[in-house]
Design a protein around this ligand. Structure first.
Ligand code: NAD
Length: 401
């Protein structure tokens, strides 16, 4: 069996490698020639523990090769980006472009799967695109939507062990896709239709977003009411059927902070909670920035000098180096701009340098700062001791005070 993966990014490349390991011949296609060149040399262009060794093995044994152009195969996978446009409307033009590139190669009996996170109806739309160009294929190829839900950093394990949702345009297409994935997935493969599978992926991330928004809303209320939100949530969670998440400085990353818009853009009348959750989580970052700014002004009024400030963490979640859509980065930039790049130390232990921010070691920053702002709950920060001589703004629960 030969499969063609369109898009060799954080999801496409690992999936292609794991499929190759289970015996599938892979041609991985990417429009970025640098990605293709590195992949063919066995060099991983993404960060994922253990993956480069596997890639080298697959390239050496000839099971995987990369190209800028697709080839004839038995199965095609679309794993390209699906960002949103300026007005929060989903942009599926990459999916359309990747499909257009493989359409000339499709033949009777082929499997065509979209893995990219997509708005509801995308698979039907793409099927129409295929059959408009190749009407003779209607009823002769198998089209399905199969979303990915791996956790970066644990991809080798999760690609194999996670359950997957397989949404065929027809029951036969679901069967065919299940046949493919069962070559390397030991988690359960749940069959459904394409629209449900599309909505399932969006639902998973919107659910996380809404739950975090609930915790963030509690943090606003508790701040006004003089209640420690960490203690409150801990106590409420002692109820056997309550499980509130932790508040933070907002929601980031390229999934949870993005995917809910794929629902709100198409169902604005219905998706009220989902839309509000996005607003609440975006507002949390603004609220944190305002807190930092007012604390800095108060410090100056009280002590007659400007404070030294440490912004602790830039990543969008703990213990990773990913700064995409990060509220911590946004808050830091906002505070620095408002104070004309005043004496602000920026800390991110998971990266060595940043093109905008000059980085300071976390222990040095904690020692020297008058105001310490915890934005991301990295393990390093949890080794620090509470200091009464500092003003500490703990937005991510390092000390839970
Ligand atoms: N990264 C995650 O953790 C994650 C998790 C679940 C779902 N997803 C979804 O999976 C999809 C892919 O995400 P990703 O993180 O792998 O993206 P990515 O940006 O890391 O990689 C996408 C790759 O596709 C390539 N590409 C763009 N247009 C192309 C085309 N027409 N033909 C061939 N290649 C093309 C790009 O050059 C890039 O290398 C997105 O829809 C994303 O929302 C991502």
């Amino acid at each position: 069996m030969k499969a063609c993966f369109m898009g060799l990014g954080y999801i496409g490349l690992p999936t292609a490698i794991i499929a190759a390991r289970s015996g599938v011949d892979i041609v991985g296609v990417d429009v970025n020639p640098k990605v293709v060149e590195m992949t063919n040399k066995g060099k991983l262009h993404i960060i994922e523990p253990g993956m480069e060794e596997l890639l080298q093995e697959m390239v050496a044994t000839g099971k995987l090769k990369a190209s800028t152009k697709p080839e004839v195969a038995d199965a095609y996978f679309i794993v390209v980006p699906t960002p949103f446009k300026g007005n929060h409307k989903p942009d599926i033009s990459y999916v359309e472009a990747a499909t257009k590139a493989v359409v000339p190669f499709l033949k009777d009996g082929d499997l065509f799967v979209i893995e990219s996170t997509s708005p509801v109806g995308t698979t039907e739309h793409i099927a129409k695109q295929i059959f408009a160009a190749r009407p003779e294929l209607e009823g002769h190829i198998y089209i399905a939507y199969c979303p990915e839900r791996v956790l970066p950093g644990n991809v080798i394990y999760e690609l194999v062990h996670n359950d997957r949702v397989i949404g065929g345009m027809t029951p036969e297409a679901s069967d065919k896709a299940v046949e493919f994935y069962s070559q390397f997935v030991t988690g359960q493969l749940h069959k459904t239709n394409a629209r449900t599978a599309e909505m399932c992926k969006l639902t998973e991330n919107s659910s996380r977003d809404a739950q975090i928004a609930f915790a963030n809303e509690l943090s606003f209320i508790c701040d006004k009411a003089g209640i420690n939100v960490w203690e409150l949530i801990n106590l409420a969670n002692k109820h056997p059927r309550v499980n509130i998440l932790q508040p933070g400085c907002g929601v980031g990353g390229h999934c949870i902070a993005v995917d809910p818009y794929f629902i709100t853009a198409e169902f604005p009348e219905e998706a009220k909670i989902i839309a509000q959750a996005r607003e609440t989580n975006n507002f949390k970052a603004q609220w944190c920035a305002e807190k930092v700014k007012s604390t800095m002004l108060q410090f100056e009024l009280d002590r007659g000098r400007k404070p030294q400030v440490a912004m602790m963490g830039l990543a969008f979640k703990p213990n990773i180096d990913d700064l995409r859509e990060s509220p911590a980065k946004r808050i830091t930039a906002e505070v620095m701009q408002s104070f004309n790049n005043a004496d602000i130390m920026v800390v991110e232990p998971n990266i060595t340098e940043h093109k905008v921010f000059k980085l300071t070691h976390f222990e040095k920053a904690y020692e020297e700062a008058d105001i310490v702002v915890f934005l991301t709950a990295h393990n390093e920060f949890k080794t620090l001791e509470w200091r009464d001589d500092k003003v500490i703004l703990d937005f991510c629960g390092i000390f839970k005070k």
